[in-house]
Design a protein around this ligand. Sequence first.
Ligand code: 8Y7
Length: 276
Amino acid sequence: MLRCGNFQLSLERPQIMGIVNLTPDSFSGDGLANDTARAIAHAWRQIEAGADMIDLGAESSRPGATPTSLDEELARLLPVLESLSGCPVPISVDTYKPEVMRAALAHGASMINDIYALRRPGAIAAVAGSDCAICLMHMQGEPLTMQKNPVYHDDVVREVEEFLCGRVDEVIAAGIARDRLVLDPGFGFGKTLEDNLAMLARLGETGCYGLPILAGISRKSMLGAITGRTVADRLAASVAAAVLAAAHGARILRVHDVAETRDAIAVWQAVESARH
Ligand code: 8Y7
């Protein structure tokens, strides 16, 4: 069970997190910046398609992205968040800025998805006093430069696990309950194709203390490298990756294509149930 604001998410079957991107330069071509109405409609379509939660992001964190100002991020985010308050699924906000975390929680967000794993000054304090869920993600380096030359000295899976366990220890020491935490190896965040494949193959080893794992692989360049497809043609690869992530232990799947992923996971789940 994941505590997620006013929600309790059962992680018995993999949960589908639908991506709603409020940035203008989304690599996957789904950016909805400056179009609040379209963003809200997109979120509702994903909820109707069976999303168990929504991830709203107003700052681009794709490789090579330049930072967004605080005012710009809040201006993109808050109208959408306000409109979705009271919707039937938890809303996660993808941000690493403590000010945005506080504003998001005040406007009804139930989860904070932080690619910096609460490492920015003030981030732990911004979420500590609430009961939101928190996704702690591994990233080597910074978005602007992380894909230039990722280096792991021994074993990427071990290093990711050590990092995540260190973050969990610090966050728990600050008084945040363990049932609020989700861990994420951060596919594509300072990792080569080989690193990403090793992490997917050994996903169960990238967590720690039995905390649930979130996997975000949807439309990512690792799928382009494998299939030779552009970002617009990575649906099949994304769905395959989501099923593999679930089979390797992921409890939350962060995806663009909710309906398709849901069907694929339902098939995997049916076969799993028949096995036991
Ligand atoms: C991830 C993510 C992105 C991910 C988590 C993209 C914000 C790039 N990827 N958050 N965010 N995990 N937790 O391709 O893998 O969507 S942005």
